[in-house]
Ligand binder design. Structure first.
Ligand code: AMP
Length: 225
């Protein structure tokens, strides 16, 4: 296992929708042996379960808007208190607002966890092509891309044969809303991270393969460069 640093740490994967946060989080989970926490996945599970929280967030998510800060902060606080997070964890899609970033900062201080931020930088046109070509297995969650990682048989998951689906919010009009929310509410966090004094790494994630990007991130985590 590769350590996240000398002390347990939260690895924040930061970037716009379609920058490959989910893909990198899944790869990093294997080599770091720490849990992958995706607030988007957690929210989708609530929608799938049809519970009160799911009903509260469904409309906002389908419109490509962020859900309330307090709600995601609570979900994350509960999740990181589980024993499997004691040695660190990977955050994918959180924090997304300055309010979330400052709540997270406090949560990590209280739990004596460091924070490391990796920013996946991607060209706008690459993002659009990726998001419109993204397909997911509704059973095992595996992600496919019609351009860079198509399934062996069209429309079917390689692992379990389930029919692949397009996420509700990967439709073109919603994609525009999500990118707009990113620009307005989330991108400003970059200045906050850069000024925070925590370890911060920018990686060009437009053209390299997921394995090449993983390699760069692992090198940074190991050597800090
Ligand atoms: P993602 O899977 O990370 O792209 O998230 C999908 C959607 O879930 C977003 O467009 C938001 O509606 C919601 N969401 C996920 N994470 C957050 C967050 N940290 N803050 C607010 N909304 C979120």
């Amino acid at each position: 296992m590769m350590p996240l640093g000398s002390a347990p740490a939260a690895l924040i994967l930061f970037g716009p929708p379609g920058s490959g946060k989910g893909t990198q989080a899944k790869l990093l989970r294997e080599c770091l042996s720490v849990p992958h926490i995706s607030t988007g996945d957690m929210l989708r599970e609530h929608i799938h379960a049809g519970d009160a929280l799911g009903k509260e967030v469904q409309g906002l998510m389908q419109a490509g808007q962020l859900v309330p800060d307090d709600l995601v902060n609570r979900l994350v606080a509960e999740r990181i208190d589980r024993p499997d997070c004691a040695r660190g964890f990977i955050l994918d899609g959180y924090p997304r607002t300055l309010q979330q970033a400052s709540v997270l900062e406090k949560m990590l201080q209280e739990r004596k966890l460091d924070q490391v931020v990796v920013h996946l930088e991607v060209d706008y046109n690459v993002i659009i092509a990726r998001l419109t070509g993204r397909r997911q297995c509704p059973v095992c969650g595996t992600l496919y891309s019609l351009t860079s990682r198509p399934p062996k048989a069209p429309g079917v998951c390689d692992l379990d044969g389930a029919k692949l689906v397009v996420r509700d919010d990967d439709r073109e009009s919603v994609i525009r809303q999500r990118l707009e929310a990113y620009e307005r509410q989330t991108r400003p966090l970059l200045d906050h991270f850069a000024a925070s004094g925590h370890r911060f790494y920018q990686v060009d994630a437009s053209h390299d393969s997921p394995q090449q990007i993983l390699h760069k991130i692992c090198r940074f985590l190991k050597n800090g460069a």
